[in-house]
Design a protein around this ligand. Structure first.
Ligand SMILES: Nc1nc2c(c(=O)[nH]1)N[C@H]1C(S)=C(S)[C@@H](COP(=O)(O)O)O[C@H]1N2
Ligand SMILES: [Mo]
Length: 395
């Protein structure tokens, strides 16, 4: 009992009431975060499958470190991965014949590239929809922007040969379905052939200069920035070049689809009124200070954060301290490469003591801005890009 208290950093007040062998929830969460290589301040939304969210103030780094990267699994984390025996198959109707590559071949045969790529879960922000949409109730922390190193998917496809009728590229990973049934896929999504052919679409084997961590797809992962992160298949085993829209698990409606014509909150809609999400919408987060910051009147507050806009770039970020009535421009950096998030900052002076909120609003290069309120309700709660806001107390 003393060691449990020590591990929790405080006395367990009703420890005498424990059933034998009981593991306090507080410790179980710490242990699981540690086993995933995560910062103990990340939030476990679900442990079967693993869904772990990053508090926004921990996304302050320009390049998201592994220990602060959110985890979104649909199935079971693969075990006993042997990278030295790993192979990738390229198959499907639109290749002349199936071709297999060892991981070592992929690394030696093709040129390697490194890009910083924003990966945002399509359901990021779901928790703000009302009535609640089914699924993990994410806050706004299911986003990352790490450095990914690998080969271009386009180089691999050219090597394997792609027929003229190719329209889509699907992935299959090594993670088992939650039921353990080997005939079921946990998730098998994909991207249009044009997205597959983009320079920045990678078959990656490194993240932030090291082997990809297990939770993020070791030893091989498809990475396609700007699209919902669900298309970036982890533990990649197979690439399927399809002559029709890929039909793997979670490609069907309503998964990763949104209504074409708006629907009443809480209402279902027909499958013909649903489209597959491609580019993610414009969005921004204030990563410093942490919401709830308090500081003395007369000082300026330096805020900073990141903004991204799916396949577009961000042209402007503004902030408001008066609940959206007036807006001032932030300083905005260019992305290090296409599909990387952009950093913004501003120095804010407050007129008097009291409670404020700082709101941030990004605009993409097509002139589209983030909405101040939660956007169109949809059955699965995707694409909530409402302005992020933090509380500030000037005393
Ligand atoms: N094989 C496989 N790939 C996957 C998933 C999965 O469950 N299995 N989840 C997808 C979803 S929905 C998201 S949001 C991202 C999460 O990436 P991360 O866990 O590396 O942050 O991985 C995607 N790739
Ligand atoms: Mo996701």
């Amino acid at each position: 009992m003393a060691s449990l208290s020590a591990a929790l950093g405080t006395e367990i007040v009703f420890a005498g009431n424990f059933p034998t062998g009981y593991v306090p929830v507080g410790l179980a969460e710490q242990d699981s975060l540690k086993s995933l290589g995560k910062d103990p301040a990340l939030k476990v939304l679900n442990d079967r499958p693993w869904n772990v969210e990053t508090p926004i103030h921990l996304l302050d780094d320009k390049v998201t470190p592994a220990e602060k990267m959110f985890v979104r699994n649909n199935g079971l984390l693969p075990e006993n991965i042997d990278a030295s025996a790993w192979t990738l198959a390229v198959q499907g109707e639109s290749v002349p014949e199936e071709k297999n590559y060892t991981l070592a071949e992929l690394k030696s045969k093709f040129r390697q590239y490194t890009y910083q790529l924003t990966l945002e879960c399509g359901g990021n922000g779901r928790g703000e929809f009302y009535p609640p949409a089914e699924g993990n109730q994410w806050g706004q922390g299911a986003v990352s922007c790490a450095l990914w190193t690998g080969i271009r998917l386009s180089d691999l496809l050219r090597d394997a040969g792609v027929k003229k009728d190719a329209v889509y590229v699907g992935y299959y990973g090594a993670d088992a379905h939650l039921s353990g049934d080997p005939k079921k896929e946990s998730i098998s999504r994909g991207i249009p052939i044009e997205k597959a052919m983009q320079e920045e679409t990678l078959i990656a084997f490194q993240m932030n200069g090291k082997d990809i961590p297990l939770a993020h797809g070791h030893p091989l992962r498809l990475v396609a920035g700007g699209y919902p992160a669900s298309v970036s298949g982890k533990w990649l085993k197979t690439i399927a070049v399809r002559n029709k829209v890929h039909d793997g698990s979670k490609m069907e409606s309503p998964s990763y689809r949104v209504p074409i014509e708006p629907v009443e909150p809480g209402e279902r809609t027909s499958d013909d009124n649903m489209r597959i999400i491609e580019s993610m919408p414009v969005k921004s987060i204030i990563t410093f200070p942490k919401s709830g910051a308090e500081f003395p009147l007369g000082r300026t507050l330096d805020i900073r954060g990141h903004a991204w806009a799916g396949e577009e770039s961000v042209s402007k970020v503004s902030y408001s301290i008066d609940f959206g009535v007036t807006w001032q421009a932030c300083t905005l950096e260019k992305p290090v490469n296409r599909f990387a998030w952009q950093h913004f900052q501003a120095q804010i002076k407050f007129p008097k003591k009291g409670y404020y909120e700082v709101w941030a609003m990004a605009t993409d290069d097509k002139g589209r801005s983030q909405p101040m309120v939660v956007p169109g309700w949809n059955p699965k709660g995707y694409l909530n890009n409402a302005c992020h806001r933090i509380a500030v107390k000037v005393s």
